[in-house]
Design a protein around this ligand. Sequence first.
Ligand code: F0G
Length: 460
Amino acid sequence: MRDRREYAEPFRIKMVEPVQLIPREERRRKIEEAGFNVFRLRSSEVFIDLLTDSGTSAMSQSGWAALLQGDEAYAGSSSYEEMKETVQDIFGYPHVVPTHQGRAAENILMTMLVQPGDRVPGNMHFDTTEGHIMLNRAEPVNLVVQEGYRISSDAPFKGNIDLQRLEEELDSNGDRIPFVLLTITCNNNGGQPVSMQNIRDTAELTRKYDVPLFFDAARFAENAHFIRERESGYEGVEIRDIAREMFSWGDGCTMSAKKDGLVNIGGFLALRDEDLYHRAIQWQIPFEGYITYGGMAGRDMQAMAVGLREVIDEQYLQDRIGQVRYLAEGLAHRGVPVIEPPGGHGVFIDARQVFPHIPQRDFPAQALVVQLYLEGGVRGVELGTSAFGRTDPDTGEMQYPELELVRLAIPRRVYTDRHMDRVVEAAAAVLERGGEVRGLQLVREAPVLRHFTAEFARLP
Ligand code: F0G
């Protein structure tokens, strides 16, 4: 038996949402009808939904109570003030631009600062961030440290940016770099954290070259928890103080409150510089809405203020990260190859090791997503050739991504460890019968972001 968790959940359940596992035969029919793409399933056909940790959190009783106190005034809403003060307190940035979600904050930041031909370095940009950089005809530059790409490396901060390569980039392209962006934690390689030392060193470099530093703060509290746990000098330091220190090194952040805001929708752009804030609101008003609501209802801003205070609670974080670790250990114990150490918001399975007989062109990670659904009604997400494969515009040949992963993202405060046990059983069953599983072929795809809508067929 693997270890039980040391901590019990620091909450009890007051309201329940029924879920059910539909029969296997029905799952088979549903996934075929969905073109072997779990995005096309209805949530009622899914038992344990680990598609994303974004917008799927359970709010607390305080969060729900806050909804009733929302001030829906178009201008000067007290809910905006409440949210702004909370952000100022935790992030330390004086100016707060509310947006409907994280990507809207990215849109404002990029529209303001990114020019055609620019290069935007970061550890590893999230997909929508990359999208906004490219929409402004600039180039995203991902400089995560080498071990960030290694599945078997147990380095503690696999989200760190490679400082040497960053300096080379700043040195040779400094005039084309509007800012550097650190994503904390780094979603695209497994929710891996960035150390305080790396943040500090990055800040020193960007100051030397007079380039601003921003954060993508979607999972900032999880990042702070890892610093407290793994970095010397931070043991016993309060999460709030770690967060304040992280952000003190930068000029602002984009935030998707759908993650570490513990709400189902919302986000913001926070800025240190007043002039930049005045430029930002020129874009906020046409894109999002007036400066004191920007795409959010008053009630949602009120609930976000509560969520931001709850997410930096050490007991909450211990339970949260503990559950992710519980799932990762359970899977590893049954021989399922997972990225180690697990990150903050989910567990990533290496599909190539599960299905060594399926070549990359036949979508091994997509085949694994399908199999997890068939075995246990579990919905994960493909991060492999379907999501990241690109057709070379010159040669017409497929360029394959480095990794074929399946992400099992865990919603915050939603599932119990017994749900995690069912996920482990499903994955173990897939592994056992792995050799019989055939790959997939694309039958329909969109020109961009194809994984959301693509349809597949089983290979003969
Ligand atoms: N930045 C990071 C690191 C993210 O993971 C996401 C969203 C965003 C920005 C965009 O925020 O969705 O509020 O517009 N990630 C989700 C996910 C979709 O499933 O990982 P958004």
